[in-house]
Design a protein around this ligand. Structure first.
Ligand SMILES: NC(=O)c1ccc[n+]([C@@H]2O[C@H](COP(=O)([O-])OP(=O)(O)OC[C@H]3O[C@@H](n4cnc5c(N)ncnc54)[C@H](OP(=O)(O)O)[C@@H]3O)[C@@H](O)[C@H]2O)c1
Length: 350
């Protein structure tokens, strides 16, 4: 354990979000990473799995043994597949450790809804009631006091941030919401599959899981909480041949038409003090290129007088604001560090 620093472990460190957590945490001034896990690469230096970390850490991967890892870390990040994370979160939580779970296992508050969409029962419904949905822009005060964070999904982060001011302000017809989102291939994780093989994806663009993607109930749960009544959305994800990034275009009918300047003013008011949300100047449109490697979410708003719709475009890096960066933002809040500590950096350009 490193004295004077917050000791943290990354469980599932050999995957894409695990690697991104390490990239961020190894340069965080108030944190020491004391343990990393991988089953398949146990015994190997993590820097041999992520050559970009060479020279920055001597950490060796170890198998997932909660009792052992809990002796080395006060906060545990779980970058595991769903279902596997259920048990790990339970074990670490029972050992008194704070947990930030990047999987979907503790995001859906109703276990029956989780079971329906994830085709697996929830073994720890009591712990589920203690989890806090880790979207700081909505739940900052609750996150500060939480012991288990359900870190949001990447698509839900981009969709909810684009819709929250409209839904909370009663500005749109809740039955008219269409969310059209495009994600880079790292969103599918590091394990190779045919659908994500380079020749299958490169120079193509396709929609998938239309109306059936597992992030749908998560988006609807959070929008319903904001609206105070049930919200159903049309959500269509797309796979796009780039490594990182999500661009989400949201369409919704305005209940009372306002022009773009007024719409932008409403977003400005809602997000004025948000360190990671950048509302773009009028006439500018978000581009995933501008947030790659950063924890920012860029937002562009337009009111279309011809259709009476608000058209909101958001961009995030799925591995940063959509996963590891948001997880560190949540850790900062739980540890009462500056919320932006270790995170406030420009992305890569070009
Ligand atoms: N990718 C994204 O953009 C993104 C965004 C938001 C949230 N998430 C969520 O974050 C989680 C991790 O995603 P990822 O993309 O990083 O996945 P990934 O690249 O497939 O990595 C999965 C990690 O989990 C470990 N693991 C797999 N099965 C395990 C088991 N039975 N016991 C212990 N460790 C096991 C793997 O270790 P081995 O070395 O042993 O294989 C690897 O380190 C998922 O729940 C995902 O839905 C992902």
């Amino acid at each position: 354990m490193a004295a004077g620093k917050l000791n943290v472990a990354v469980v599932g460190s050999s995957g894409y979000t695990g690697g991104e957590l390490l990239r961020i945490l190894l340069r965080h001034p108030r944190v020491a990473v004391t343990a990393v896990t991988s089953e398949r690469s146990a015994g190997q230096p993590i820097a041999s799995i992520f050559p970009n970390l060479a020279g920055l850490t001597p950490l060796i991967c170890e198998p997932l043994d909660p009792a052992k890892i809990a002796t080395k870390a006060e906060v545990v990040f779980l970058a595991l597949p769903h279902v596997t994370a259920q048990e790990a979160a339970y074990r670490f939580h029972a050992l008194g450790r704070k947990v930030v779970d990047l999987s979907a296992d503790y995001r859906i508050t109703d276990p029956a809804v989780y079971e329906k969409w994830y085709e697996h029962g929830h073994r720890y419904p009591a712990l589920l009631t203690e989890a806090v949905y880790g979207l700081p822009e909505l739940y900052r005060e609750r996150i500060e006091k939480a012991s288990l964070i359900a870190n949001p999904g990447c698509y839900p982060t981009s969709a909810i941030l684009g819709l929250a001011p409209l839904v909370r302000g009663g500005m749109i017809d809740l039955e008219s919401i269409i969310i059209d989102a495009k994600s880079g291939v790292s969103g599918a994780g590091r394990s190779p599959t045919l659908a994500h093989h380079f020749p299958e994806v490169n120079e193509g663009l396709m929609a998938y899981k239309i109306g059936t993607h597992r992030h749908t109930p998560e988006i609807e749960q959070e929008l319903s909480a904001l609206a105070g009544k049930g919200v159903i959305v049309s959500f269509t994800p797309h796979l796009i041949p780039m490594n990182r990034g999500i661009l989400t275009t949201i369409y919704a009918r305005l209940t009372k038409f306002i022009d773009t300047a007024e719409l932008r003013a409403r977003f400005e008011e809602a997000y004025r003090n948000e360190p990671f949300l950048r509302l773009l100047p009028p006439g500018q449109v978000p581009n995933v290129r501008h947030v790659r490697g950063s924890n920012f979410c860029d937002i562009g708003v337009t009111a279309d007088p011809r259709t009476g719709r608000a058209v909101i475009v958001t961009v995030i890096d799925n591995l940063v604001k959509g996963a590891a960066g948001q997880a560190v933002q949540n850790m900062n809040l739980m540890a009462r560090f500056e919320e932006t500590e270790g995170l406030l950096s420009a992305g890569l350009f070009p």
